[in-house]
Every structure is written in C-alpha cells, then in structure tokens.
Design a protein around this ligand. Structure first.
Ligand SMILES: Nc1ncnc2c1ncn2[C@@H]1O[C@H](COP(=O)(O)OP(=O)(O)OP(=O)(O)O)[C@@H](O)[C@H]1O
Length: 610
C-alpha cells in the first residue's frame, strides 16, 4: 500500500512553536511519523514530551496489539523527562505505519526517513513498582529536525542532575542461581544507552569486592557517582562494609559487658524474667555509656573531622543493587520488586532513597576472649539462634543454590534449639507516645510493647514515605543518645531462653515472607525492630513461621514473641558459642551491641510500591 505524503512532510521542515495544545510552557513542536502508530504532533515542554495522533487509525481501544507488537495509545501520550533515560539518533531507515484493514490491524507501509528513539520507562499496570523500558521511534525526512529534537531532549535530560555518569559495578558470578554475569550482560545496554560509564569488576572470590572497596582511595571513589552490586544481600553487605568500615567515623554503641549494667551480677537471676528498667535515663553525659564508653570510641570520634574527604551520609554517592541472589530482600524492600531491569532503570534514572544502617560491634567472640571491638554494618537484618544456625547449615549446601535455605531451615527447625541470652535495648520516649495509656496491659506498662502502634495504626513504608521524611529528634544521623532530648530514653532488659533474636533494620520482605519479618518497618526512620522469640513448643514456633509466609499474617502476635522498636541494643550469650547472621553472612559473637544510623547511605532506588 502506498503511503500518502501527509502533513508532517509538507508543512514543517523545521520545528515550530507549539503546534496546538502543547500548553503555555511548550518549547518545541513538530510532526513526526511515530513507529507503528502514525502521524503525531510531538511537543516538548519544560517537564516532558507529549504527542497527539494527527488522524485516528483505531476505533475504540486506547492501546492495541498487532502481530505481537504493542502499540502506544492512539489518542496521545505523555512522558516526563524524569522517566526518559536515553535519546538516540538512528540515522536513515524504515519507520512503520499501521493501517486498519477488514481483518483488523496490520502493519502497513514502511517509509524511509531519518529517525530517533526516545527510551523511557513504563510502570506495569498490575504491579506499579515494576518498571519496563519502552522505546518510541520518531521519523522525519528532514535530518535537521531530527537532530534538533535529539539535542533538545538531551539538554532537558542533562538538567535531571541526579543521574549517575560513572559507576563502579561489582558482579558476583556465582550469586543465587549462578547467573550474575548473564544478568549484567543483559542490562549493560541500558547503562550504555543512558551514557553511564561503568567500570565492571567480576569478583573472583568471597571478600574480593570488600577488599576493593576498602583499598580504593577516597579520591578514586569520588570519581564515581556510586557503586552497584549485581548479586544478593550478602554481596551488597560486603560492599557496604568495604565502603563504611574505614570511612564512617562515630562512637561505638555501648559495650554490654561494662557500660550499661554488670551482666555478671545478674547471672543467678531466674530466666524468663520480665523486662525491667535498668537505666532510667541517658541524659547526663557521665552516665551515658555512649559518651563515656570504651576507650575505643575516643580515637574514632576525634578522627571525625580529619577525614572529611568522604563523609556519611553522602549527598552524591549512592549504592545500587541489582538482584541476582537467593533472597534479594534489600532490592525488594527498596524498589518493591525483585527485578533486575527495574533496579537498572532506577539506577540510570538517578532515583534516591535513604537507608538506615545498623552498626554492629562484636565485643567478644567467645566468653574467654578479651574485649576487642570488631565492627560490621548491616542494611537489612542481624539475627542469632535459629537465624545463625540456618546460615551456618546453609553454607554447607551452597551447591543447592537458593533451595539450600529451605533445606537448612527445615533441618534447624527440627532440631528446635534455644539459647540463653540477655539483651538490653534503648526505649525512646517519642515512640512510646504512639500507644494510648488506657490500652496498656500490665506487661506493656513495664515498657515492653509501648513503642508499637496497633496493627490498624501502622504505616507501611512507601515511595516518598512520610515517616522516613519526618524530621524529628532522631533525624540527626548518629546515635540517638547524642541528640538534645536524649533524657527521654531509657534502657530496658530482656533475659531468658530464646529460639531466636532478630534485629530487622527494614521489613526484610522476600518471596518467602511477602510482608517481611516486620511489615511496618521503614527504610529510614532511625529504628531497628528487635524480635525476640522466647523458647516455646515447636508447634507454636511453626505457627509463627507459617504466619511469616502469609501476606497479611501476624507473625509477631504471640505471647512468646517480644517486639521492641529501638535505635540500639546490646546482647550477651550465656552459651559458649554465638553465631549471628548479618545480612545473610556469618558473624561469630558472644557479646555484641548495635545501633542504627538514620539514612546513613543512599540507594539508587525509589522505595517500595514506587
Ligand atoms: N566470585 C565469588 N566466588 C565465591 N563467593 C563469592 C564470590 N564473590 C562474592 N562471593 C561471596 O558470596 C556471598 C554470597 O553472595 P550473594 O549474597 O550474592 O548470594 P546469595 O547468598 O546466593 O544471595 P542472598 O544473599 O540474596 O541470599 C557473599 O558474601 C560474597 O562474599
């Protein structure tokens, strides 16, 4: 079929002022042939592009599909520059025009002309957090017009200032199902199209990425806009630790051995005792274990100002995670999807979300060890007991891939071990205010559950989350005890036999636990959720685990489960061994303490349910 030479070839050899309803702020308007759609008037305004079909080719449907090809809407479409990640001039070639025949839609005549493509993202209609790339190809016989548009769109994209230009990418080839390299190869074109330069390092061994991140100079690091992990949570954790261990300067949390209370004096007290206040307030510096604590704190605090070359939080430098692991909880919690393409698009579009980070300090590896602080940072979770045992067991079966967690989990569940331990956690007054006093049970009045809102009052974390964006007393990045009204906090204690002790920094959603361990945990509110599962009959524990696997389940709604929202806690095991699971990695600790730094790092992500 011969294609009629329509208006776009005749009357607009140069881009013009707005064609018709481009709006007051339109800066450019031209007619093009949009591939598989037809003649459109393309308009650029300050925040994006829109186009309108010149003559309708379809009757009813707004979106159609023909010969397996998806067409854009017939009536008109708009895309914001914040959703456009590339524009490319393609040169001379074919642009297809659809025609409507008796048997439905068929691809009609293809005309040769100059072309350029606009690469943008589209949100899935059914799962809004899932992003897909979408390409629009515009054609015109006039080379100048095409080039002008490409330059204009490029200029508008350059104004999206938060986009990365240089990234350091680590690929874990054996992550998850062993397809880390394949995943990166499939995504690399998105980065090159978006003109993001990448230096790619495929790791050769465990610890490789951490070593590179530790040894790279701040000067070199400043050359990059961020670092990307193609792997799982453990791999992300390795990079996070390489980044922070030598660069983040802050006083340590209290040492459970001597700072808060003399654990040795309590050893004879009966286990399963209820929580009790052990330190009424932390208002005086001389009483605060954080300020007067171990001598290890002092040199670090003094060094704070000297190494200002790479500070945290860092407004520019971000971390990206492209899920390729076995669990991928961090990617799921920060993008709402377990999808490498979505994560890659968040990165090239320069999305940002702040993330709380827990600093975990091991003071003693065994009861006989001397006090020697050893630091780890966790972005998602640190757990002891069941969690430590599962990770120990699963490491033996790494060859099974992701299924090793099911196998190890079942094995450890059947063993049904419990561990004697003591914990102290900081309760912050502002959080207590969330529950009304008349609803409090006697147990709650001791402080055990005060900080938790009822299920109906809980606010889930989301993109532009109001909780994460709230500036409060804990807004300052740093330990809560350093903020002015720290007198409104006190230490409480829990002691007994526990099947598990878990500290969730984020909800830890994953495919096995769709709401995560703590459904209403936030990415950047400055709190951890301490979940203590007290020794209980095996069926009860199974019930808790089953609730975890349900969407809308109540895994924390049991008498044997304690849930405390806290910015800091300390832990002492009474047994010989202490195996912790920190972001999926083993960490041996008999005595440790932890504190949260609010929004310490930023991720290339938009937040869940973006
Ligand atoms: N080339 C490599 N060979 C072996 N191990 C590696 C290599 N590169 C990194 N590692 C280690 O593998 C560990 C696990 O990696 P990763 O988290 O990507 O996978 P996973 O355990 O399958 O996923 P998830 O943590 O989501 O459950 C990391 O802690 C990292 O130290």
């Amino acid at each position: 079929m011969e294609r009629k030479e329509s208006g776009y070839l005749q009357d607009d050899s140069y881009p013009t002022a707005p064609f018709d309803d481009g709006g007051e702020d339109s800066v450019l308007s031209s007619k093009f042939l949009l591939d598989t759609v037809g003649d459109v008037v393309l308009t650029q305004n300050s925040d994006g592009l829109s186009w309108q079909l010149v003559e309708s080719l379809y009757d009813e449907k707004d979106e159609s599909s023909c010969l397996g090809l998806r067409f854009v809407t017939k009536s008109g479409t708009k895309t914001m520059f914040s959703d456009v990640y590339a524009v490319e001039f393609l040169g001379w070639g074919f642009v297809r025009e659809p025609v409507l025949g008796d048997v439905g839609c068929i691809l009609g005549h293809s005309s040769q002309m100059y072309r350029f493509t606009v690469h943008a993202v589209q949100r899935s209609k059914t799962i809004p957090s899932l992003l897909t790339p979408f390409v629009y190809t515009f054609g015109h016989k006039n080379l100048e017009i095409c080039k002008t548009w490409v330059d204009q769109i490029n200029a508008s994209m350059d104004m999206e200032s938060k986009r990365p230009k240089n990234l350091l990418v680590f690929v874990h080839p054996r992550s998850g199902k062993g397809n880390g390299c394949g995943i990166w190869e499939a995504l690399a074109p998105i980065f090159s199209r978006a003109k993001v330069k990448t230096k790619v390092i495929v790791t050769q061994r465990a610890g490789h990425a951490r070593d590179v991140m530790t040894s790279i100079t701040n000067r070199e690091l400043n050359f990059y806009d961020g670092v990307v992990a193609v792997g799982g949570d453990g791999f992300f954790n390795e990079i996070l630790n390489g980044l922070l261990l030598s660069r983040h300067k802050a006083p340590y949390p209290p040492d459970p051995g001597d700072s808060i209370h003399p654990v040795e004096n309590e050893l004879n007290s009966t286990i399963h005792n209820a929580e009790e206040a052990i330190l009424e307030s932390c208002d005086h510096n001389d009483q605060s274990p954080f300020l007067t604590g171990s001598e290890h704190n002092r040199p670090q605090a003094l060094n704070c100002e000297q190494d200002s070359e790479f500070s945290f939080p860092n407004k520019r430098f971000r971390i990206g995670i492209i899920p390729a692991g076995s669990t991928d909880a961090i990617a799921i919690c920060t993008t709402g999807a377990r999808d490498p393409v979505t994560s890659a698009l968040h990165i090239v579009l320069g999305k940002r979300v702040n993330l709380d980070i827990a600093q975990i300090v091991r003071w003693k590896m065994t009861p006989a060890s001397s006090n020697e602080p050893c630091v780890r940072y966790a972005a998602s979770f640190a757990g002891y007991g069941f969690y430590g045992d599962v990770i120990t067991e699963s490491e033996k079966y790494r060859w099974m891939g992701p299924k090793r967690y099911d196998y190890a989990g079942t094995k450890v569940f059947l063993q049904h071990r419990s561990y004697e331990a003591e914990l102290s956690y900081l309760e912050v007054e502002s959080e207590k205010g969330n529950s009304s006093p008349e609803k409090e049970s006697p147990e709650i009045a001791t402080g055990a559950f005060r900080c938790l809102p009822t299920k109906s009052d809980r606010v889930s974390c989301s993109a532009n989350c109001s909780v994460c964006n709230t500036k409060g007393v804990d807004t300052l990045v740093g330990p809560p005890f350093l903020v002015p009204n720290s007198e409104r906090s006190r230490w409480l204690r829990s002691k007994g036999r526990f099947i598990s002790v878990g500290a969730a920094v984020i909800s830890c959603r994953n495919e096995k636990a769709p709401d995560g361990l703590v459904a209403d945990a936030h990415l950047s509110d400055g709190f951890m959720h301490l979940i203590l599962i007290k020794d209980c009959p095996r069926p009860f524990y199974l019930w808790h685990l089953i609730e975890l696997t349900k969407r809308g389940g109540n895994p924390l709604d049991f008498d044997f489960v304690e849930h405390h929202k806290t910015p800091a806690f300390t832990f002492t095991s009474f047994g010989k061994e202490g195996v912790w699971n920190v972001d999926g990695e083993l960490f041996l600790a008999h005595q440790l303490s932890a504190q949260v730094f609010r929004g310490l790092v930023s991720l290339f992500a938009g937040g869940p349910e973006a």
